[in-house]
Design a binder for this molecule. Structure first.
Ligand SMILES: [Mg+2]
Length: 238
């Protein structure tokens, strides 16, 4: 087997030598490693049953859960439906319900572990609240097969801010150069990572890439179906 040439593995040359450290593999969490959207309707049904709401409220509540769910969403739902429980309690219920409902496919967990076995440093870089993102990482077992996690609420910046990718690299003790980012969001995951020099894998989920220059012409690699396996990450750069 011939030795890899500079760039074959995405590892930049530095002064005529390969970068000394192993490359980074960053992953988004929601709808990349786990299918968050698929559990929103069932959790909305549970919410209605738990808090005594009519079943016809399920679609509206599932829609409310869909984007950037946080305590503010439950403040609004509490007001809309006249719920007696405090926002803190409603949010705590939601964190537990989502964590219980969500799963990470076994091939994804296995793929993450295989990446580490092959010398990659694997981290989850996710936007969201610390308590719910941590709960999902633990309940799915993802926390057992990664080296690090960066959650936006912890550091006060969200993807696509370059600071979150740099913070993740610093936490891993690795340079960003030669690293990869896999995610489903064209703006926060793909363009954000591209802007700091990471190569990217877009979880297309049946969508067509419609983003154009000057932000980004195309992700480095596109993968579908939405649930990635590590075969994505083992692929060589095009
Ligand atoms: Mg996502």
């Amino acid at each position: 087997m011939s030795s890899p040439k500079p760039g074959d593995l995405g590892i930049p040359e530095t002064g005529g030598h390969y970068a000394a450290r192993v490359p980074l593999a960053f992953f988004d969490l929601d709808n990349t490693l786990i299918r968050r959207q698929s559990v929103l309707a069932p959790v909305a049904e549970q919410f209605c049953a738990t808090y005594g709401l009519d079943a016809d409220a399920v679609p509206h509540i599932a829609d409310a859960f869909r984007e950037r769910t946080g305590r503010a969403v439950f403040a609004r739902l509490r007001s809309e439906y006249g719920l007696a429980d405090q926002v803190t309690g409603l949010w705590a219920w939601y964190v537990d319900a989502i964590a219980a409902a969500i799963a990470c496919p076994a091939p994804v967990l296995d793929g993450l572990q295989q990446l580490r076995d092959r010398g990659w440093t694997v981290a989850v870089v996710t936007n969201g609240a610390t308590d719910i993102q941590t709960a999902k990482l633990r309940s799915t077992g993802i926390d057992q097969v990664i080296d690090a996690v960066i959650i936006s609420e912890d550091i006060g910046v969200r993807k696509p801010d370059p600071a979150i990718f740099r913070a993740a690299a610093a936490l891993c003790g690795q340079p960003l150069g030669g690293g990869w980012m896999t995610g489903d969001n064209p703006d926060t995951d793909i363009s954000g990572a591209h802007d700091v020099g990471l190569r990217t894998i877009w979880i297309a989920a049946g969508r067509t890439w419609t983003h154009h220059p000057p932000r980004l012409s195309t992700p480095s690699t596109t993968r579908s179906p939405p649930s990635p396996t590590c075969s994505c990450c083992r692929s060589r750069p095009p």
